[in-house]
Design a protein around this ligand. Structure first.
Ligand SMILES: [Zn+2]
Length: 410
């Protein structure tokens, strides 16, 4: 898996920064533990629950695990019964891409999956007197809800009980918010207006903000044990019926999207990278899951962003930048695009240093920092338009659902 390459670099960086996450390199070697009868280790990165309910966690784990075999077959029947939905073709395409990138195993039918996971022919499985098999994992159904910009498959760790089990032991803390660039600007302002060495006060320098996105992020981080996903593939012939369409099973080698512990596990990686970038390279940066926000002095000409790029490359975790010579996001001096390139521009999530940046649904505006000392943070125009449109729909229906309220009142 990808992070294996970074094992020694993680040890070096962890030691150089005195990181509290002393088991991160071990996880890069043996995979992150998502489900286990023992409490998941404390990484030192997240806030611990005051009193983790270990007894409740173990009871829930035992209950869940004993039903894994029955759940496997129930999921098979359920997915088969529901068949293809409107997103089935898209789901097949993105799943095939993950197989190609080595994130998922090849697709199995049920018999092949059981052979792969249990290391024996399904006919020879050891069964107890009730016919139950001690199956090591609980299956997550893959589905693909429509999202605003991107079709992103979700592996359902909620309806199969895994997420509930895990929240008994973990608290996910993502402390960064859209205020981060403003807090950095404030610290710079304080330092220049009240120099700690008592030297003469200086005016606020021009500062800029940039953003980057990690390509596939936690799907590139290895998982310990067998995490199994299943979905309905209309292109596959069902062995039992001979009709087109069957359940296809994959073992996920990377952290699945949809598990609460995937987020907390993955966040340990950018947390270390942020420590290295800040302490060893003086980069003013922070991450929110797979998003980076980088503040820099205009005179530094985006050297912070370049440093973060080098770090990501060294960790074999590429940023979602296209690196095309004509891309203005990736190059300070882009070449003119060809007619073909102009017609089909490469997908690029990098945003170079500028006075403005979009970050976590907000526009960060540094335009007036030097003149007024103010950073403007405002919601993106399209987000405001969407929320107003949804509220209009609510007013018409005289109803506001709890999920919509939660989504928009943040
Ligand atoms: Zn680019």
């Amino acid at each position: 898996m990808y992070l294996l390459h970074s094992l020694r670099l993680t040890l070096l960086c962890g030691d150089a920064t005195n990181s509290p996450d002393t088991t991160l390199a071990l996880r890069m070697l043996s995979g992150f533990v998502l489900t286990s009868p023992d409490p998941i280790e404390d990484s030192g990165i997240h806030r611990k629950l005051l009193e983790p309910d270990v007894e409740a966690f173990r009871a829930k784990y035992a209950e869940t695990s004993s039903g894994n075999w029955a759940h496997l077959h129930a999921q098979h029947a359920d997915i088969l019964a529901h068949g293809a939905d409107k997103n089935a073709i898209k789901l097949c395409a993105v799943t095939a891409l993950e197989v190609e990138k080595g994130v998922l195993s090849a697709g199995f039918n049920l018999s092949e999956l059981i052979s792969f996971v249990m290391h024996c022919n399904p006919r020879d499985l050891p069964k107890d007197t009730d016919g139950n098999v001690d199956f090591p994992s609980r299956v997550s159904k893959r589905f693909g809800p429509d999202q605003l910009q991107k079709f992103r498959p979700i592996d359902d760790g909620t309806s199969n009980g895994l997420n509930y089990e895990l929240i008994l032991m973990l608290e996910i803390i993502a402390p960064i918010s859209a205020e981060y660039p403003a807090r950095v600007a404030s610290a710079i302002y304080q330092r220049f207006s009240h120099p700690p060495d008592g030297s003469q006060q200086r005016s606020m320098p021009e500062i800029t903000v940039a953003t980057d996105d990690v390509d596939m992020a936690y799907k590139r981080a290895p998982v310990s044990g067998y995490e199994i996903i299943a979905y309905f593939n209309p292109h596959v012939k069902c062995i039992a019926t001979g009709n087109m369409g069957d359940v296809v099973w994959h073992v996920s080698f990377g952290l699945p999207f949809g598990y609460v512990s995937s987020v907390s596990s993955w966040c340990r990686v950018p947390a270390l990278m942020a420590m290295v970038a800040r302490r060893k390279f003086a980069c003013l940066c922070d991450s929110y899951i797979d998003d980076w926000c980088i503040v820099d002095f205009a005179d530094a000409e985006s050297s912070s962003q370049d440093t973060l790029h080098v770090l990501h490359t060294a960790f074999k975790l590429p940023l979602a930048a296209c690196r095309q010579p004509y891309c203005a996001n990736c190059n300070k001096h882009p070449l003119p695009p060809s007619v073909q390139q102009r017609a089909n521009p490469a997908k690029c999530k990098r945003r170079r240093h500028a006075a403005f940046a979009d970050f976590l649904g907000f526009v960060i505006d540094f335009s007036f920092v030097t003149s007024t000392g103010c950073v403007i943070i405002k919601p993106k125009t399209e987000r405001c338009a969407r929320i107003l449109s949804e509220l209009d729909d609510c007013a018409e229906a005289l109803q506001l659902s709890p999920s919509l309220a939660k989504k928009n009142i943040r």
